[in-house]
Each structure stands twice: as C-alpha cells, then as structure tokens.
Design a protein around this ligand. Structure first.
Ligand SMILES: Nc1ncnc2c1ncn2[C@@H]1O[C@H](COP(=O)(O)OP(=O)(O)O)[C@@H](O)[C@H]1O
Ligand SMILES: [Mg+2]
Length: 363
C-alpha cells in the first residue's frame, strides 16, 4: 500500500450555500502524535473518516473530523463560529455513542477525543492568517477517535455492501438471519433510547436518526451487526437536523422534508429500522411509492405495498412487524421493546416451522 501523504481532501458535496468543503489530513492526530493516519475511509458524509494506527496499541482506529467550508476558511470572522458548530455536533455525536456503548457492545467504543491546533487552519495559514509569522494562536479543533470495526488489514464491510453482494448472487437473507439483524439493531437502539438516572439527575435517551445499511457494519460469521455514525443523533424531544430521506418517514405532500423531525421520538428510529430491514429483506430499497403507501393511514391505500412485503415470504409475524414499523406514526409501535416482543414471536414461529420441516423429512 502506498504510504500516506498529508494533504487536502474534498467532500463529495459542497455546503448548503454551494461553497466547497475540504479538510487537511495531517500525518498524525493527537497532540502527542499518537494516531498515525493511514488513509481516508469516507468523505461523503457531514464529516470525513480516516483509518489510522494507534501507536500505543498497534491497532487500527477510525478518526472522524469535520469539513471546513471554503468560505469559512477565507473569512477569519467565520472561523470561530464554524469551530463552535463543529464542536457542538461532535459533542452531540459523542454523547450518543457513549450512551449506546454503556449498555451494549454493538457500537464502536469511543477511544478518545483529541484536541489539537486545527490542521486545516494551519495548512491554510497563508490566507486565514493563522500559523504564519505573526498569525496568532491557531484555534483548536477536536477529533473523535473510535475503535475500528473490521479485519486487521483495515477492511470492513457495511450492510449495504452485503446486500449488494447478495442481490448480485440472488442470495436472500433466511428468516432467522433477518431476525438476527433485527434483534441486534433493536438491542443497540434500546440502549441508545433508554433514559438515564444518576441519583437525582435524569437525562433523556437519544435518537440515532440516520439508521440505514451504510451505517451498519457487518462482522462474523456468526453475523454481528454494529450500528455506527452517531453524528446525526439528537436527544428525545429535540429537533432532528439531518437524516437520510430515503429511509426516513416520507415527506408530507408538497414538501421534500421528511416527516416527524420534531419532536424526535423513538418512533422515528423504529421507522428507519423498518426501512433498513425491508431493504435487506427485498435486497433492494422500497420505492418511494411503496414507502408512501405503507405510511398511509388508509388500509386500502397501503394494501399493494403490504402485499409486496408479504410476497417476500418471511411469514405472517415478521411481515406484520415490518409493515408496522413502516406505518403512519399513530399505528407504529412506540418503543423498541415492543418491536423486540414481536421479533421474539417471529423467532419461535421460525423455530417451530423448521422443527416441523425436520419431522416431515424421511429418516
Ligand atoms: N468504527 C468504524 N470501523 C470501521 N469502519 C468505519 C467505522 N466508522 C466508520 N467507518 C467507515 O467509514 C464510513 C463512514 O463513516 P460514518 O461514521 O458513517 O460517517 P459519514 O456517513 O458521516 O461519512 C462507514 O461507512 C464505514 O465504511
Ligand atoms: Mg454514515
């Protein structure tokens, strides 16, 4: 593999005002240079992700940093505001990831949050006035360091990749495999959603708000599914600011903004869970039309899409669990625990079915 060379990388998409977004990837992260950059993993999201080596342990880590808008770098007055916003989002993602990790192992452990003079501001020194002679102190930027989930050579697989491979070779998930996926995601969501009580203090649970096959890593066999990317997470009751509309509750007629963004509730994640499971079940994403039909409050309107889910032949209980997750807010289950109860029923049904099938086989 070619050694890493520090340099600018560009985001796949510009910011909301059309200004390009970029970041300087330094040779190391951490003030003491603990993490050595290996390569960029992803640059299509709100931030970027790099693979790095932890010099303390020799193991791999994933470091998440934020993009800088070109216009913010060019205007020193914007720098502090941009850093403040980055910091807020970082803290939010960090608190959500920590909350999930307290009760489940199925999310990446946060190894550290590193704070160091902003590599992008340093590299851009010439124009912004930082770093150069007389340029003043370079403001600090923080980076989230997480456990790398995958194989030793820095390769990991997302559920999206697994679905694409299965689709190419016509290998559907068996009912118990789909149940494994559903149960494991529910366990992580239950940990994330739970309220916390410390003595007299009480803090609300978190909504992931961006559940989709690209944000689920696959390990095993036996299959282990790990929910990642807590950047969009918000506390229950707040407003969801980012999500992926293809997996979120459909927009109301005449708008293109997903529904149910505020106040954020468990039902939002339950919808996204349903959309993710339906994608895995069919090996293709539901069409917008099917999503709208299932979301309709009128039973007749939703009938064709419900028939489609039933045609995937995952049995009546799992089919019903999927369609309920994807239904209008008032018909959807309110908590992940109730989804888990349905999954447990589906599990006993598949176990019974396979036992009956074995009994029917010639000895
Ligand atoms: N902890 C991790 N272990 C292994 N790969 C990861 C990890 N976190 C992120 N990745 C990889 O980087 C990609 C982007 O990370 P993600 O957290 O989803 O950020 P974003 O979607 O904002 O770019 C993931 O799809 C995955 O391939
Ligand atoms: Mg992501």
């Amino acid at each position: 593999m070619t050694p890493f060379r520090p340099g600018w990388v560009h985001a796949a998409h510009p910011d909301a005002l059309g200004s390009p977004r970029l970041a300087w990837l330094p040779e190391t992260y951490g003030e003491d240079g603990r993490f050595r950059t290996k390569r960029l993993l992803a640059g299509a999201g709100q931030g970027y992700a790099v693979l790095a080596e932890d010099r303390w342990s020799g193991g791999d880590v994933v470091i998440k940093g934020m993009w800088w808008s070109r216009s913010d770098l060019d205007d020193p007055r914007s720098v502090h505001r941009a850093l403040g916003e980055q910091q807020k989002q970082r803290d939010q993602g960090l608190r959500a990831a920590r909350q999930a990790a307290q009760l489940t192992q199925q999310c990446p452990v946060v190894i550290s949050v590193e704070s160091q003079p902003s590599p992008s501001l340093l590299a851009d020194g010439g124009q912004g006035g930082y770093g150069g002679p007389g340029g003043g102190e370079v403001p600090y930027e923080s980076f989230l360091v997480q456990q790398f989930i995958g194989h030793r050579n820095g390769v990991s697989r997302t559920l999206q990749e697994e679905i694409d491979e299965r689709a190419a070779s016509h290998r559907r998930f068996k009912a118990d495999q789909l149940l494994d996926l559903a149960e494991q995601l529910c366990n992580t969501l239950a940990a994330l959603h739970a309220d916390r009580h410390h003595g007299d203090e009480h803090s609300k649970g978190w909504i992931h708000a961006d559940i989709k096959p690209e944000n689920i890593l696959v390990l095993g066999p036996p299959a282990r599914y790990v929910l990642i990317d807590y950047d969009a997470a918000v506390q229950i009751g707040d407003r969801i600011r980012t999500t992926t509309s293809a997996y979120a509750p459909p927009a109301a007629e005449g708008t293109d903004e997903p529904s149910e963004l505020a106040p954020a509730s468990e039902r939002f994640d339950i919808y996204m869970l349903g959309a993710t499971l339906a994608h895995a079940a069919a090996l293709r994403r539901l069409t917008d039309r099917q999503a709208r039909e299932l979301y309709a409050e009128d039973f007749d309107v939703s009938a064709p899409a419900r028939r489609f889910i039933a045609s995937l032949r995952y049995g009546p209980i799992l089919t019903n669990a999927l369609t309920t997750c994807l239904s209008a807010k008032k018909f959807r289950l309110a908590t992940v625990d109730r989804v888990r109860t349905d999954l447990a029923r589906a599990r006993s049904a598949t176990a019974l079915e396979s036992a009956l099938r074995t009994l029917g086989e010639p000895r």
